[in-house]
Design a protein around this ligand. Structure first.
Ligand code: RRO
Length: 311
């Protein structure tokens, strides 16, 4: 099979292919990041969402594997933003996306001011959707707070920056978040974060499967694919053309990558399936995607990106 051209552009950065790791997946420590740098068919590296101060995260067990996906309540464990900012300024094997999060608007602004003042010229991603910090709501479900925060960010931030969004479930909410985002020069949206505050029940033990927050946690993996595709599609239909989309959620096969791109994704990231299968998943997904493209006669991703047909 001849290799297809899978080159992808995002925020004027060229990636060798469409695949990324989802933030939080094998990207917290120096060793994990080195593994990603050495992973074939992983086109870029997304770092674990970084906060002002290092965090150990929530109590274990905080991740649970399911036949149909996963539930997590990690609670933002990370080494603190200076570690990741330092890392992305050194990494040269592939392009990076520096993910940042905050426990308050002030925290976020402090971190982003340092990113602005650093030598890092790559892409930053502001996580507005962590579902797992007790007492902290997911910012992007509050459209007024999201607008206010972005106004404060763009008062000083001039580097490429996108946002990580939670899943939305109502068409009016797609309209509302798109109306906010279209007012700012963001490079991309990454959609979706895990489906927040699901609850998995072990019937035999009559108990929950993760410890933090009484068992409530973010859902990922195959079970969220239709939600993820809906969010990619609905946002592509509403966002300015200049705003790219990273599709995240539910990818277990090359067909799922194809579906994300068909819905309008520029790039696609993989989370739960990396944990199930290991970093070799990116080779398998790429082979499967190429086989589908060959069968359909597509030469590049732009041949079918966003071309989903309605009945
Ligand atoms: O660390 C987490 O608990 C976590 C984060 Br920050 C996030 O954005 N999404 C998620 O599923 N878990």
């Amino acid at each position: 099979m001849t290799k297809k051209n899978l080159t992808t552009q995002l925020a004027q950065v060229t990636f060798d292919g469409p695949l990324l790791n989802a933030s939080g997946i094998h990207c917290q420590t120096k060793e994990e990041l080195a593994d990603l740098a050495a992973t074939s068919n992983l086109a870029g590296i997304v770092t674990k969402s970084a906060t002002l101060l290092p965090r150990t995260g929530n109590e274990s067990p905080r991740y649970y594997d399911l036949a149909y996906g996963s539930i997590n309540s990690m609670g933002l464990p990370n080494l603190g933003y200076p570690f990741y900012l330092d890392y992305v300024q050194q990494e040269t094997a592939k392009p990076t996306i520096l993910s940042v999060a905050g426990l308050s608007a002030e925290d976020v602004l402090e971190v982003l001011m340092d990113v602005q003042d650093s030598d890092y010229q790559g892409i930053t991603e502001l996580n507005l959707s962590c579902p797992n910090v007790p007492g902290k709501p997911q910012t992007a479900y509050d459209f007024v707070a999201t607008r206010k925060l972005l106004e404060r960010v763009f008062a000083f931030f001039t580097k490429p920056i996108g946002v990580k969004l939670p899943p939305y479930f109502d068409l009016v909410h797609f309209d509302q978040i798109a109306a906010v985002l279209n007012d700012f020069p963001i490079t991309h949206v990454n959609t979706v974060n895990s489906v927040g505050n699901g609850l998995v029940v072990d019937v035999e033990k009559e108990q929950v499967v993760t410890k933090p927050k009484g068992g409530f946690g973010g859902l990922g993996g195959a079970m969220i694919l239709p939600t993820a595709l809906a969010n990619v599609r609905a946002l592509r239909q509403r966002l300015n053309e200049s705003i790219a989309i990273i599709g995240t959620g539910g990818v277990t096969s090359g067909a799922d990558v194809f579906a994300h791109i068909l819905c309008g994704a520029d790039m696609v990231s993989v989370g739960t399936q990396v944990i199930k299968e290991g970093l070799g998943v990116y080779d398998r997904l790429t082979e499967e995607l190429q086989a589908i493209m060959a069968e359909k006669g597509y030469e590049s991703l732009s041949d079918f990106r966003g071309q989903l047909r309605e009945l």
